[in-house]
Design a protein around this ligand. Structure first.
Ligand code: V55
Length: 271
């Protein structure tokens, strides 16, 4: 299933989606949104895929919404604009944000505007120290919309968020890590290795439990403490019912067999 705007590669249960419009610094045009919707359906269905990595081709991660094709060319075509926007929100805020598998953004270079909307909803992010990350909207006369203001504010301290939103000044990967916009920043030649290190750790975990951890976290963000406690209890009970009590194996391995230390490593959930 070749895509016009994406490269997809699977290796050792890790799927990598590479945004592939390098001549446009991987700006997101309508076609890319349609492709992403389809690609993420495929990733969700693929039982062999345990971790999803998203990155960009060439020297760019993602330059945000394509100024010409997404904003300008659709000015007189409201139906096309609506379709592109709907697809964008679909893949970012439903398919990716709620994907029942761990997701890692590998921020390899330029990262602007709308790219931060989906960067924010990846579970993990690692940046190249030399990446350039900014909210460029104010620089060309629009606001960070489509969830960008909301999601960036949820990740950053208010001082940092408003600084980025209102000055439009970019930061580098190192600063992004200090601001906690990404988990860590590494030299560009170490980016793939740093991403693989997280992916390999995640592959050791029970995938059903991981999916529940993520869903509970995502939904909790919109709940009161009382609602969250009820929700967490319900999901814990549901997992216990469908999960064939694999945690009993962990207890046995810990208390009887003494083969693992739960504070430091993962139980053998497959055994
Ligand atoms: C922006 C992002 C959008 C959008 C309109 O930040 C503007 C710019 C993520 O979607 O639909």
């Amino acid at each position: 299933m070749p895509y016009e705007t994406l490269l997809i590669e699977s290796k050792d249960q890790i799927t990598t989606i590479t945004l592939n419009r390098p001549k446009s610094k991987n700006a997101m045009n309508p076609q890319m949104h349609f492709d992403m919707c389809e690609a993420l359906v495929g990733v969700e269905r693929d039982e062999d895929c345990r971790v999803l990595v998203i990155t960009g081709a060439g020297d760019s991660f993602c330059a945000g919404m394509d100024v010409k094709e997404y904003f300008y060319d659709t000015e007189e075509k409201p139906a096309e604009r609506a379709a592109a926007r709907k697809a964008a929100f679909e893949w970012m805020f439903k398919r990716l944000r709620l994907l029942p598998k761990p997701t890692i953004a590998a921020v390899n270079g330029w990262c602007f505007g709308g790219a931060l909307a989906w960067l924010a909803v990846c579970d993990f992010a690692v940046a190249s120290e030399t990446a350039t990350i900014g909210l460029s909207e104010v620089n060309w006369g629009i606001i960070p919309a489509g969830g960008v203001t909301k999601l960036v504010s949820a990740m950053l301290a208010p001082r940092d968020a408003l600084y980025m939103i209102m000055t439009g000044r970019p930061i580098n990967g190192k600063q992004a890590a200090e601001m906690r916009l990404v988990n860590s920043a590494v030299p560009p030649e170490k980016l793939a290795e740093a991403v693989l290190d997280i992916a390999e750790e995640l592959k050791k975990k029970n995938p059903t439990v991981l999916a529940y951890c993520k869903e509970v976290f995502r939904v909790d963000q919109n709940l009161t403490l009382e609602d969250a406690i009820a929700w967490e209890t319900a999901k814990w009970t549901e997992l216990d019912a469908i999960g064939k009590k694999t945690w009993h194996k962990g207890v046995k391995q810990f208390k009887q067999e003494r083969t693992f230390r739960p504070g430091l490593e993962t139980y053998e959930w497959k055994k």
